[in-house]
Design a protein around this ligand. Structure first.
Ligand code: UDP
Length: 342
């Protein structure tokens, strides 16, 4: 029984592959390496480089491999970029998912776990956010993820396909081995940016507004460890394999930390003063986003293990300290591999 992980060279995808391999699954990874890294791909999986918008390519994977379930991470996921290049997001995220679903239907592959996001909620009316809350994305990234969810829903309605959509809150942390972690280019997420200051790669961290209606005036987010997210994908897959019906689950700890609290914790862990300066609010940032993940706990039996902020930041710091420049460029990795084959 093989599981196909699309986007398995990316941040959450690569961590999920590590957990799947640890749980003895046979894993096939597909990634176009546009934003993923070859170095993040677990050595024990079978890796195919290619783009899911290419029907011949995705058909060839289903012809070559006996796939029992698909976990779909393959998408662009930078909020800022989605606002400046919306059509890139429609093309990759929506067209890619359309081709994937066509190929899955044609090959009678009928289980998919989909990587969704809390960005589909936009500015919430109530916190903690439950899955039935209205979806009003405030950026193009969230809009495309919502449309992907709906595309999967309607495909399921018409064909023999079951799905689980997992809506993540703020994914963070790194694999406890220190082998893989978060590496975006450009980096825009709070914890990696703070740790770049500790690493001497950045002189200070900007706090995007300190006049929100929160305990210390800075934004509150639900930071959830990437290993806990990875575990949820395995539980979702097992749920579908056991005949579970279509479902949507929020994944967060239900605990909110402010930007100031995150910076203060990073100061303690790294021993670096991490200078911070307050700058204007970032447009579109809600004051407080915290999940209710009760449904995932009740139905999937998901229990986040690493909700302590110190544990989250310590694991991220282990990765960033040992990989201050992230992963090696894919071109260099290929060149290195070719060299060793000569
Ligand atoms: N943030 C910040 N400075 C930064 C980056 C982020 O103050 O340089 C804040 C941001 O306003 C938000 C929180 O940190 O409240 C988390 O932002 P991130 O981009 O990591 O994730 P998001 O919540 O946007 O998905």
């Amino acid at each position: 029984m093989a599981i196909l992980v699309l986007g398995g060279a990316g941040y959450i995808g690569s961590h999920t592959v590590y957990e799947l391999i640890d749980a003895s699954y046979d894993v096939v990874v597909v990634d176009n390496l546009e934003t993923g890294y070859l170095q993040a791909v677990h050595p024990k999986c079978r890796f195919y480089q290619g783009d899911i918008r290419n029907r011949d390519f995705i058909d060839s994977i289903f012809n070559a491999e006996a796939i029992d379930g698909v976990i779909h991470f393959a998408a662009n996921s930078l909020v800022g970029e989605s606002m400046s290049h919306p059509l890139k997001y429609y093309d990759n995220n929506l067209c890619g998912t359309k081709v994937l679903l066509e190929s899955m239907v044609a090959h009678n592959i009928n289980r998919i776990v989909f990587s969704s996001t809390a960005a589909i909620y936009g500015e919430p009316e109530q916190v903690p956010i439950v899955e039935s809350a209205p979806a009003h994305p405030t950026n193009c990234y969230g809009e495309t993820k919502l449309a992907m969810e709906r595309m999967i829903h309607w495909t399921s309605f018409a064909h023999d396909l079951k799905f689980v959509c997992l809506r993540y809150f703020n994914a963070c942390g790194a694999h406890f081995s220190g082998e893989i972690g978060e590496a975006h280019n450009p980096e825009s997420h709070l914890i990696p940016l703070i740790l770049q200051v500790s690493n001497g790669k950045r002189s200070e961290i900007s706090i995007f507004g300190n006049n929100y209606n929160t305990k210390d005036g800075t934004c509150i987010r639900d930071y959830v460890h990437v290993t806990d997210l990875a575990q949820a994908h395995i539980l979702a897959l097992d749920y579908l394999i056991k005949g579970g019906d279509n479902a949507i689950f929020n994944l967060g700890n239900g605990i909110g930390f402010s930007v100031n609290e995150v910076i203060e914790t990073a100061r303690r862990i790294t021993g670096h003063p991490i200078p911070a300066k307050v700058v204007p609010r970032r447009p579109g940032d809600p004051a407080k986003l915290v999940a209710s993940s009760q449904r995932a706990r009740d139905i999937l039996g998901w229990k986040p293990q690493f909700s302590d902020l110190e544990v989250i930041i310590s694991s991220a710091w282990k990765w960033h300290k040992s990989h201050p420049d992230g992963f090696q460029d894919n071109v260099n990795v290929v060149a290195l591999q070719n060299k060793s084959w000569e």
